[in-house]
Design a protein around this ligand. Structure first.
Ligand SMILES: Nc1ncnc2c1ncn2[C@@H]1O[C@H](COP(=O)(O)OP(=O)(O)OP(=O)(O)O)[C@@H](O)[C@H]1O
Ligand SMILES: [Mg+2]
Length: 484
C-alpha cells in the first residue's frame, strides 16, 4: 500500500452537518432510502448520528422544490405553548396547532410552486397567506404568532356544522375555550383540501417537510415541551395517513434525539416505534465507508484508510481503526472528531509523509476525551443536571472497572442535596447513555461487557455488580486499567 500524505489535507470535515460540506461526500445509507420511500415519519438517533446530514441531503441536494427543511432552532416554543387546545385530551392538546402549522407550510410550498400560472386554489391560498402574514412565505416562527386569523368570504370557506368561519382567534387569553381546536381544525382542513386539489391538478410528487433540531434551547425537559413534541408526532402521523394519495402525498418527517423520545409517554408510542420509526445506527464498516468517502473527495480518488495510516498494530494487537472506534459511541461525529485531532498530532511531527502513527492516536486521546464529555453534557444534563457527581465518583474509584459497593460508598459522599438520583438510579442513568456497561455472565462461566450502544437488547440489569466506564472517558476521568 502506498502512503498518501495528509500534509495538505485540511480536515475530515466539520463535526456538525450544518457547517460540514456533507453533500460532497454524503453516504446514502439504508435509512436514507427508507425515508425516501416514505416508510417512516419518525427518525430517531443519538446526538451526532446524522439527522441533520439526512435533512440537508433530502432538502438541498435534490433540486426538488417540494422538500423543505424546518429547523426548530430558535423556535418560539413559548408562543406555541399558549396555543393550547383545551377541548382535546391533555396528550393531544397541541395536535391542532401542529396540524395548522403543517397545513400552512404545505400551502407555502404549493403556492410558490406554480407562481407564474396560478390556479384558482393557488390564488386562494396566496390570499390567505398574504392577509394573515403580509406575504406568501411566512417564517416558521411566525405561523402561530398572529392573535387572530382572518378568512375572507368566498375564499377558503372553513365551516363547522354548516356555519362558516370568518376568523379564528389564536389567542384565547387564557380562557379555557373548547372551540379553539374545532375551529382551527376546520381551517386546516380547508387548507389541506386546497393543497390536495392543486396537487392533483399539477400531478405533484410527494410534499415533504423535515422537522429538525427539536432539542435546541433545551436545558431541561418541561412538561409543556414534551406535550408539544408528542403533538407534533401525532399530527405528523395523522396527516401522513390522511394525505396518502397518488399526487402530492404528504410526507412529514420528524427527526428526534433518542433520549428525548425515550422520555415521552403516550398511548400510541409503542405502535409508532414498531412500525413507522427509523433508528439511525452505524457499525465499523459503514463508518469506515463514511471516512473513506471523505478521503476520496478531499485527498485522492483511490484513497483508503490503509493509505493514510501505518500498518503497525497498537497494544493488545489492536488495529488503529478499532482502537479509535472503541473510544466512540459508533457515531460519525465521534469518529470525525477523533480523526481531526489525530491529524493535528500527525502534522505536528513534521515527518513526511504525514500519516497516522500509533503514537498520534494515543496522543489524541486527551483532547478527544474532553470532547466526548462535553457531548455527553449536552445529552444528559436536560435529564439529570448532576451527572457530574456520578462521573466524579467514577474518577474517585480510579480504575476503569469498579464494583457496586464502592460506587455506592463514594457516590454517597459526593452527592449533593439537590441531586435527586440515588446510587441505583445513577448507575442505570449512566448505563442509559453508555457512560458505563455492566458485566454480563454467560452460561459457560464466561462474561462480557454489556453497553447500551453495542448491545441494546441486553437491557439494564439491576443486580449487576461490576461495571466498566466507557473507554472514551478514560482520560477525562483520569482512570487506569485494572490489573490482571
Ligand atoms: N450519511 C452521512 N454521510 C456523510 N456524513 C455524515 C452522514 N451522516 C452524518 N454525517 C456527518 O456526521 C457528523 C454528525 O452529523 P449531524 O450533525 O447530522 O448529526 P445530528 O444527528 O444532527 O446531531 P445533533 O443531534 O447534535 O444535531 C457531521 O459531520 C455529518 O456531516
Ligand atoms: Mg443535528
Amino acid at each position: 500500500m502506498p502512503f498518501y500524505s495528509l500534509k495538505d489535507f485540511e480536515s475530515f470535515g466539520d463535526v456538525a452537518a450544518e457547517d460540514d460540506a456533507v453533500l460532497e461526500y454524503f453516504l446514502s445509507t439504508k435509512a436514507v432510502s427508507r425515508i425516501e420511500k416514505r416508510e417512516a415519519f419518525l427518525v430517531l438517533g443519538r446526538k451526532g448520528t446524522g439527522k441533520t446530514a439526512i435533512v440537508r441531503y433530502l432538502t438541498e441536494s435534490k433540486k426538488s422544490k417540494l422538500s423543505k427543511s424546518l429547523n426548530l432552532r430558535g423556535y418560539p416554543w413559548k408562543v406555541h405553548a399558549s396555543r393550547i387546545d383545551h377541548g382535546a385530551s391533555d396528550i393531544e392538546a397541541y395536535v391542532s396547532s401542529w396540524r395548522y402549522l403543517i397545513a400552512v407550510e404545505l400551502a407555502i410550498m404549493v403556492a410558490s410552486y406554480n407562481k407564474d400560472s396560478p390556479t384558482n386554489d393557488t390564488k386562494l391560498l396566496s390570499k390567505f397567506l398574504t392577509d394573515n402574514y403580509g406575504g406568501n412565505s411566512p417564517e416558521l416562527s411566525d405561523i402561530l404568532r398572529p392573535t387572530k386569523l382572518k378568512i375572507e368570504k368566498f375564499s377558503l370557506q372553513p365551516s363547522i356544522m354548516g356555519n362558516q368561519l370568518g376568523s379564528v382567534s389564536l389567542d384565547r387569553e387564557g380562557a379555557k375555550d373548547h372551540k379553539f381546536g374545532l375551529e382551527l381544525n376546520a381551517l386546516s382542513k380547508s387548507i389541506f383540501d386546497a393543497v390536495a386539489k392543486i396537487s392533483t391538478e399539477l400531478r405533484l410528487g410527494p410534499l415533504s417537510l423535515h422537522f429538525d433540531e427539536l432539542d435546541q434551547g433545551l436545558s431541561e425537559i418541561e412538561s409543556s415541551r414534551s406535550k408539544m413534541l408528542i403533538g407534533l408526532i401525532l399530527a405528523a402521523r395523522d396527516i401522513k395517513r390522511e394525505g396518502n394519495r397518488e399526487f402530492g402525498a404528504i410526507n412529514p418527517v420528524v427527526y428526534l434525539r433518542t433520549d428525548l423520545w425515550d422520555d415521552l409517554q403516550f398511548s400510541d408510542k409503542n405502535k409508532i416505534s414498531q412500525s413507522q420509526t427509523l433508528h439511525l445506527g452505524w457499525n465499523p464498516e459503514s463508518l469506515l465507508e463514511l471516512i473513506e468517502a471523505r478521503l476520496r473527495v478531499k485527498l485522492k480518488k483511490k484513497a483508503s484508510w490503509n493509505n493514510i495510516s501505518e500498518p503497525a498494530l497498537m497494544r493488545g494487537s489492536q488495529s488503529k481503526w478499532n482502537h479509535i472506534l472503541a473510544r466512540t459511541f459508533l457515531r460519525p461525529r465521534d469518529v470525525i472528531q477523533f480523526l481531526n485531532i489525530a491529524l493535528k498530532e500527525s502534522k505536528k511531527r513534521k515527518v513526511e509523509p504525514v500519516v497516522f502513527s500509533n503514537k498520534d492516536i494515543v496522543n489524541s486521546r486527551d483532547e478527544y476525551s474532553l470532547y466526548l464529555k462535553q457531548e455527553l453534557d449536552d445529552e444528559i444534563r436536560p435529564h439529570w443536571s448532576y451527572w457530574d457527581e456520578a462521573l466524579q465518583t467514577c474518577s474517585a474509584l480510579s480504575t476503569i472497572v469498579f464494583d457496586r459497593k464502592s460506587f455506592e460508598r463514594e457516590y454517597a459522599r459526593r452527592r449533593t442535596a439537590a441531586n435527586m438520583l440515588g446510587s441505583e438510579k445513577a448507575l442505570s442513568m449512566l448505563y442509559r447513555f453508555s457512560v458505563i456497561g455492566y458485566e454480563k455472565r454467560s452460561g459457560y462461566g464466561g462474561s462480557s461487557w454489556a453497553f447500551q450502544y453495542t448491545d441494546p437488547e441486553a437491557g439494564w440489569d439491576n443486580s449487576a455488580n461490576r461495571f466498566k466506564v466507557h473507554l472514551g472517558l478514560k482520560e477525562y476521568a483520569k482512570l487506569r486499567e485494572n490489573r490482571g
